[in-house]
Design a protein around this ligand. Structure first.
Ligand code: PLP
Length: 402
């Protein structure tokens, strides 16, 4: 009996009900009998065993040779059953703090929809975090665990002004640590977000202001009055440092694994934490990296990002080559463009970043490896998407009724 790569063998694929008994037998016995193949590596007999192994996916399949005995079997370990998984991190964690801090790097994927002959666009997908399904879990984790470690959490109540994501990250982690949370949301955050917070057990206070930063002073006052702690993502330097220590190093490490390095970095500006850290690291490390920040066009509201003149701490401390204005409609156009070509439905701040990227590429302003940060996923914006689809695609019914 010899071992042959399963991928090199061909055979007829049967319906599951024809070989499920053999599949069960192979798992129970943890071994499989050999199959007979012809000179083209096509299975000639024992098709059920071939199908059972095809379904389980070991690296090798046992194949009969002149020495094979009639009852011989070979163990699944020898057939290398786990070979695909062994290349990966098993991703098992003892608790959610380990999960949020160690399940990194978040993936990066080349976007075929935006890449051209001389531009490769790499999207860093930040919805791969457990609490807010966004980049802001990093910030929530670093601010809260550092505050706990340093003994700054004197009461068991956290207050935070948030447009959504940092709040969701903090509430998730605070629940793990048995802390109570109150989030202050601006009037512009979608109504459905309240339900997410309430489901997580947080108290929600809606403020009558469109911008999150306009609430900071009153939230700090409320907290002082009620003995609560405000971690304040807008001023807390750990917001910048967590991206320097992890997000940027991940990007560098991930591109280096492909023998590449970034020439251009493009990201949205909210607190300015992630783009500032990326800019600081890459401009200091490589010198010739161009960095573009994206903000909403005057009068446009894009969840998660805002205009630089509304006040941001870290972007003032680093170099950014250009700040690009994007409207909500243009951001949504880019969301649809990428969703309909690469199949990933990103959030609206990511849409703004992708729109800016597409424009820079069309104007031949950038080339080489371009890193774009995708802060979160589009599913969080259904309420907003309903209005955008009605406004921008009026001829296309959202659902057709049969
Ligand atoms: N995009 C989304 C969806 C966000 O939630 C945020 C921040 O809350 C950003 C972009 C901006 O990130 P940063 O605060 O690091 O500037």
């Amino acid at each position: 009996m010899k071992k042959v790569l399963l991928s090199s063998v061909r055979g007829e694929l049967l319906p599951l009900e024809k070989y499920i008994h053999v599949l069960g037998d192979v798992i129970r016995e943890w071994s499989a009998p050999p199959v007979h193949v012809n000179e083209d590596n096509t299975v000639m007999d024992n098709l059920e065993t071939y199908n059972a192994l095809w379904a389980l996916g070991p690296r090798f399949i046992p194949v009969k040779d002149a020495q094979s005995g009639p009852l011989e079997r070979i163990s699944l370990n020898e057939l290398d059953l786990y070979y695909e998984l062994e290349a990966w991190n098993p991703r098992v964690y003892d608790n959610v703090v380990e999960l949020v801090s160690r399940d990194i790097p978040t993936p990066m994927v080349k976007l075929k929809s935006l890449s051209t002959g001389n531009v490769v666009v790499w999207a860093k997908l930040e919805w791969y975090h457990p609490f807010s399904l966004s980049i802001k879990d990093r910030v929530a984790w670093y601010m809260l665990t550092s505050a706990i470690e340093r003994g700054f959490i004197k009461s068991n109540v956290l207050y935070e002004p948030t447009s959504t994501n940092t709040g969701l990250g903090l509430v998730g982690l605070a629940n793990y640590y048995n802390l109570k949370t109150r989030v202050y949301l601006p009037s512009t955050t979608q109504k459905c977000i309240d339900y997410l917070f309430v489901a997580m057990g947080a108290e929600v206070v809606r403020k009558n202001t469109p911008i999150t930063t306009a609430m900071i002073d009153s939230v700090i006052l409320d907290a002082a009055r009620n003995g609560a702690v405000v971690l304040n993502q807008f001023e807390n330097d750990l917001n910048f440092i967590v991206h320097l220590k992890y997000t940027t190093k991940e990007v560098d490490y991930q591109l280096a694994s492909r023998g590449r390095r970034p020439k251009v970095v493009i990201g949205g500006l909210g607190t300015s934490g992630h783009l500032s850290a990326l800019s600081f690291y890459f401009k200091n490390k490589y010198g010739d990296v161009r960095v573009y920040g994206v903000q909403p066009r005057p009068g446009s509201l894009i969840p998660g990002i805002r205009r630089v003149e509304t006040g941001m701490k870290w972007v003032r401390l680093v170099e950014v080559d250009k700040i690009i204005d994007v409207s909500l409609e243009d951001a949504f156009e880019a969301v649809l463009y990428v969703a309909r070509r690469d199949g990933i439905l990103v959030g609206l701040s990511a849409g703004a970043v992708l729109y800016a990227t597409k424009t820079l590429i069309e104007n031949n302003e950038i080339e080489g490896d371009v890193v774009v940060v995708v802060p979160d996923h589009g599913t969080k914006y259904v309420e907003l998407m309903e209005h955008l689809l009605e406004k921008m695609c009026p001829d296309v019914p959202v659902t057709s009724i049969a």
